[in-house]
Design a protein. Structure first.
Length: 470
């Protein structure tokens, strides 16, 4: 073992170091199988001092560092580059709940806690942590913060950065910044935690966070609705919010192609008992109070929407099991696509009012070039975030199409920019969009981002090749 790796083993313990190729393999490939990297070693510290020691040794040796959580990202942000220079620091062993304060409605957890474990910890004191993702059983809090994860309840609770009060992070030189404040008001200068949230590990390693908790939900109503089209879905959202207020927790749109893939590939998935339609909506309302009034308001709003022609058919879940079966259809779309094969994925956001225009214009522009294109659309229409994915059914035709990714991206991303949107809503930039973003951010904005990066990580050791490409 080289002197650098021996130093890591001496500082952290031999059990914290993984160097055998077979054991390293799961850490070197992203969840989608798109990126394959290489690394000197995988380091698995057990606590924040261990992370700090590893970072300090890497800094002294000039070795790049790739922080990694549950490795469920979709843009290659947690995968090392192929050059083999980096060390991957896995946060999985930092999985303790440090403190729960139900009176302050806060929870302090380490970065390696899975999102599901955080939700369970909140439930243990009759509280809710609302971040909800399909990968919540395996994704980790550090990764959620590093990518500013969104999920299905952004409509009511906001993105991850709105759910965080404080963080602890190891800086690129190995120093530890303790910003674990459990305060909702702290007007003492720059809000430094926001630099690290959404930075994808390019400024430091998040090791712990103080998260906001909310009242536990006592009742929930879930409905699968068929709608005439995206414009009707947007209008329906407005009707539901007028009737139910901020009790609308989720509002998801699902195109027919997306549902078809789930029914084809996911065991246990069953089509809702409604007619086949090009567009469906999965809507959820929830409250911390008694459910009878909520259900009445929900049903009345849907009935009124049906009378207006905004809803053509509806199934309202009559039990928790039925609600879960409806959500299974939505949450399984990404897995079904992965099984089906490679596609050109777009994680975009657009002002909600402009979503129908985007879908109509994008369809015309893309099919003018690829008439037989399969367009899989789903996502969080309530907050303007669409997952807009392109492929062909035939394997060879699809391989040829994937080779034209840059051309397809240009069509989609230029249209998104024209409509005032973003080419990355919740997945981050990683390796996938590090070059693409330069087309759509102003030189002033890029200069500001570069200035922050160079000030905090002047040697460019933190997660190189991601976000800004440095």
């Amino acid at each position: 073992m080289g002197s650098f790796l021996q130093g890591l083993a001496d500082a952290l313990g031999a059990e914290a170091l993984i160097t055998a190729p077979d054991d390293m393999a799961p850490y070197l490939r992203d969840w989608r199988g798109r990126y394959q990297g290489s690394a000197r070693a995988i380091v698995c510290p057990r606590d924040t001092p261990g992370v700090a020691a590893a970072v300090r040794l890497c800094a002294q040796a000039g070795v790049p560092i790739v922080p990694q959580g549950g490795n469920t990202g979709l843009c290659g942000g947690a995968t090392p580059l192929p050059d083999g220079r980096a060390v991957v620091i896995s946060l999985s062993r930092l999985n303790r709940v440090r403190a729960i304060d139900p009176l302050n409605n806060t929870l302090c957890v380490e970065a390696g806690c899975t999102l599901a474990a955080v939700q369970t910890a909140a439930e243990s004191v009759d509280r809710l942590f609302p971040l909800s993702l399909a990968s919540e059983g395996s994704c980790q809090v550090g990764g959620n913060l590093s990518t500013n994860a969104g999920g299905v309840q952004v409509l009511r609770y906001g993105n991850t950065r709105e759910l965080v009060l404080g963080i602890e992070a190891v800086l690129p030189d190995g120093r530890v910044w303790d910003g674990l404040r459990a305060l909702r008001k702290d007007n003492t200068g720059y809000d430094l935690k926001q630099l690290f949230i959404g930075a994808e590990g390019t400024l430091g390693v998040i090791t712990a966070a103080v998260l906001k908790l909310f009242p536990a939900l006592r009742c929930r109503e879930v409905a699968w609705l068929t709608v005439p089209g995206p414009a009707a879905a947007v209008a329906l959202l407005g009707r539901l919010r007028s009737a139910c207020g901020d009790r609308v927790t989720a509002f998801e749109i699902i195109g027919h192609e997306a549902l078809t893939l789930v029914l084809r590939h996911i065991p246990g998935a069953r089509a809702p008992a409604v007619g086949t339609a090009a567009w469906s909506v999965l809507a959820e309302v929830a409250d911390a109070r008694d459910g009878s009034a909520l259900r009445e308001a929900f049903e009345e709003a849907l009935a009124a929407a049906g009378a207006e022609g905004l809803v053509t058919d509806a199934v309202i879940a009559g039990s928790l099991a039925q609600a879960q079966s409806l959500w299974l259809l939505r949450e399984s779309i990404s897995e079904a696509q992965r099984i089906e094969g490679v596609s050109i994925k777009h994680d975009i956001s657009i002002p909600v009012s402009r979503i129908p225009a985007f879908l109509e214009r994008a369809d015309v522009l893309l099919r003018a070039v690829w008439p037989e294109l399969r367009i899989v659309v789903f996502g969080h229409i309530g907050d303007g975030n669409l997952h807009y994915n392109l492929s062909h059914a035939g394997a060879q035709v699809n391989r040829d199409f994937i080779a034209e990714s840059e051309k397809a991206n240009r069509v989609v991303h230029d249209l998104v920019a024209d409509l005032g949107g973003s080419i990355s809503a919740e997945h981050g930039l990683g390796q996938l969009k590090r070059d693409e973003i330069r087309r759509y951010k102003s030189s002033v904005e890029l200069d500001l981002m570069l200035a922050v990066k160079r000030a905090i990580d002047p040697r460019g050791l933190m997660n190189p090749g991601k976000v800004l490409g440095l």
